[in-house]
Design a protein around this ligand. Structure first.
Ligand code: HEM
Ligand code: HEM
Length: 135
């Protein structure tokens, strides 16, 4: 993998995860309860705008990674399981991210919970992938 591609994947992946994770903290710990209902933290919207733009870059990089990196390494068992977990969760995050925009009601609820849990847990797959590859 070229150093530029590796740097792009690590930077974008970290920012994507952080923008989602910090949003979760704001959402669950810093939503104000008012007599008229819950008042979301104003930084949540800023983070989601960043997350949305990073997600577009993430989908672009995902295509690049699947087309090169994963196909080239498929023959070796090394990192295959964590790589599959990473690519699989990314695919589900793309699908549930799409559903967050274009569905309502119960389907939206399922997409929301799936996206939140899977997004937070995807860090484990990334760490496992890195663990096998460290010097
Ligand atoms: C390829 C990866 C990803 C894509 C394409 C993606 C896409 C999206 C999209 C389109 C939204 C809706 C934005 C909005 O409502 O304005 C969203 C929301 C969100 N994303 Fe992601 N995302 C990805 C990865 C992640 C990761 C790694 C996390 C880590 C925690 C995460 C956490 C969240 C959260 C917490 C929300 C708000 C959920 C809600 O409204 O219930 N996402 N994402
Ligand atoms: C979205 C999915 C994936 C991402 C984001 C990803 C990302 C990365 C990154 C950033 C590295 C470090 C490269 C370096 O230090 O030069 C790496 C290494 C590696 N990955 Fe993946 N990977 C993914 C999927 C896969 C899959 C599916 C496989 C196997 C079938 C795989 C096999 C490997 C192997 C063997 C290495 C060790 C170093 C090398 O051969 O370059 N990866 N991966």
């Amino acid at each position: 993998m070229s150093p530029a591609l590796r740097a792009a994947i690590l930077t974008l992946g970290a920012l994507l995860w952080l923008s989602g994770a910090v949003w979760l903290v704001l959402h669950f710990a810093f939503t104000q309860q008012t007599p008229w209902g819950p008042l979301p933290n104003p930084w949540g919207a800023v983070l989601m705008r960043m997350h949305g733009v990073l997600a577009v870059g993430g989908v672009f990089l995902l295509g690049w990674i699947v087309g090169g990196h994963t196909i080239e390494r498929w023959g070796s068992a090394r990192n295959r399981l964590s790589g599959l977990a990473l690519a699989g969760s990314a695919a589900l995050l793309v699908a549930s991210g799409y559903a967050l925009y274009y569905t309502t009601g119960a389907v939206h609820e399922v997409a929301s919970r799936t996206h939140e849990w899977l997004g937070a847990a995807s860090l484990l797959a990334a760490l496992a992938h890195w663990w096998r590859n460290r010097p």
